[in-house]
Design a protein around this ligand. Structure first.
Ligand code: SAJ
Length: 431
């Protein structure tokens, strides 16, 4: 049966199923369908399946008309998984209490697949997780079916690499690392991705691929913390961190620019380093960079609140009773996701100091989370003029930056959104 699978993989006659239709899984379905793969999207949420079957996308990076162009099925029936030759797992890997890994979604997906696993299938895990998950956790679950790895089915790990709202890099042109639980699993996974991804990079094991993903995102976590710390030092020294970073970035080798911000959001960068931390602890190793970066990055919302307080002070105003208009509550520009956004802690901190906070975000119509009950207000002359301080937290392109620069009495710009547009007047300070 494995030989038959390889024939299908080599002849591009294989079909697939994608388990988990979020910001990773749905683009994967669309990319495969465009490449001519008969693909079925699977999710446990009926509401997701119903809206997708009605041609409505719940993911920013996939427009409804992209769904209309492809021929893909969507189902919540796990029995259908047995029909696919290749099954991709793209489920969340959040953190549990105490920042411990939570791989329960992977385990449940594995159980659903095991219930109908048949000979000749290849299972590929894409969710970010700690080294060892594929071989030590997912494999035993799949073998509970009575089928054996290598004899009956193959198993590999190929970490997703999605940068939400990045129009230049989408699934098909983002190189893909693949590592199998066996050599034939690696070879099979490589054949799979070569059908719809331009560059595929095989490695010697699933563990290696799992570790590579954690390095990628821990690298970002640590370097964002470095530049956040540098921003505090730069202000104390009296230089502009944005000008410093842009100057350093002229170095054509050995440097990669990162920029200070109000904290690190999203469901990857603030979480994945703690999967590495856990894996290291199990081996008795430490991850001091992860903890140090957390100490710096998690403090940024408080740094921002103090920055607003100081800026108002310089205008002989107390934070208490001042109107603060927050622009952008999503975790980064041009996305609507605010679940892991540092804006929530920043707004909470401002409110605790007695500020009257409103916000405007074209991508987030209302914010009902962590005790915050706010709706987005229109960004116009009046809301800007009414604000004692305007605080830019997410630098959405949709903002009217000219209007902000000429109307706001005071702007604390944590993203240098105005400076980058040559609009940094005397009424603007950054962090
Ligand atoms: N941030 C900074 N300064 C920076 C870069 C980012 O403060 O210089 C902040 C952002 O504002 C955001 C957070 O860090 O709040 C995460 O930013 P991100 O650009 O890493 O965004 P994500 O989490 O949406 O996407 C990332 C991918 N992004 C990029 O590589 C640019 C990548 O790290 C992963 O492929 C992906 O998560 C994932 O799914 O793992």
């Amino acid at each position: 049966m494995i030989e038959e699978l390889f024939t299908k993989l080599e002849n591009w006659t294989w079909s697939s199923a994608v388990v988990g239709l979020g910001y990773v899984g749905l683009p994967l379905v669309v990319t495969q369908a465009r490449a001519g793969v008969p693909v079925t999207g699977f999710d446990v949420k009926e509401s997701v399946i119903d809206s997708l079957n009605a041609g409505r996308s719940h993911i920013d990076d996939i427009a409804d008309d992209e769904l209309a162009e492809i021929d893909a099925r969507f189902t919540s029936d796990p029995a259908k998984l047995s029909e696919a030759d290749v099954i991709f797992i793209c489920v969340p890997t959040p953190l549990a209490v105490g920042k411990l890994p939570d791989i329960s979604y992977i385990e449940r997906a594995g159980e659903a697949i095991a219930a109908s696993l048949r000979r000749g299938q290849l299972v590929i895990l894409e969710s970010t997780t700690y080294p060892g998950t594929t071989e030590d956790t997912l494999l035993p679950i799949l073998e509970k079916s009575g089928l054996k790895l290598e004899d009956d089915f193959l198993l590999a790990y190929a970490p997703e690499r999605v940068d939400p709202a990045n129009a230049s890099f989408r699934t098909a042109n983002i190189p893909r690392v693949v590592g199998g639980a066996t050599l034939r699993s690696t070879a099979a996974a490589e054949l799979v991705y070569r059908r719809f991804i331009e560059k595929v990079h095989p490695v010697s094991s699933a563990r290696t691929a799992e570790m590579a993903k954690l390095l990628e995102n821990t690298f970002r976590w640590v370097n964002i913390a470095l530049v956040n710390e540098m921003s505090t030092i730069a202000r104390a020294i009296g230089v502009d961190i944005w000008e410093v970073v842009d100057a350093a970035a002229t170095k054509p080798f050995g440097f990669m620019p990162f920029y200070p911000g109000p904290g690190v959001g999203g469901h990857c960068i603030p979480l994945d380093p703690f999967y590495l931390q856990w894996a290291a602890r199990v081996t008795g190793e430490g991850t001091r960079f992860v903890e140090l970066a957390e100490a710096i990055n998690s403090r940024m919302p408080q740094v921002v609140v103090s920055r607003v307080q100081d800026a108002l002070n310089d205008h002989a105003k107390a934070l208490r009773g001042s109107n603060v208009l927050v622009l952008g509550v999503a975790y980064k520009k041009n996305v609507r996701d605010f679940r892991e956004s540092p804006a929530k802690e920043t707004i909470g901190g401002l409110q605790q100091h007695g500020a009257v906070v409103t916000y405007s975000d074209p991508h987030v119509p209302s914010l009902r989370d962590e005790g915050i009950e706010l709706d987005s207000v229109p960004l116009d002359e009046r809301t800007l003029a009414d604000a004692d301080c305007v605080l830019i937290l997410a630098d959405h392109d949709a903002f009217d930056h000219q209007l902000i620069a000429r109307t706001a009495r005071l702007v604390v710009d944590t993203r240098n959104a105005l400076g980058r547009r040559g609009l940094r007047g005397d009424n603007v300070v950054t962090i």
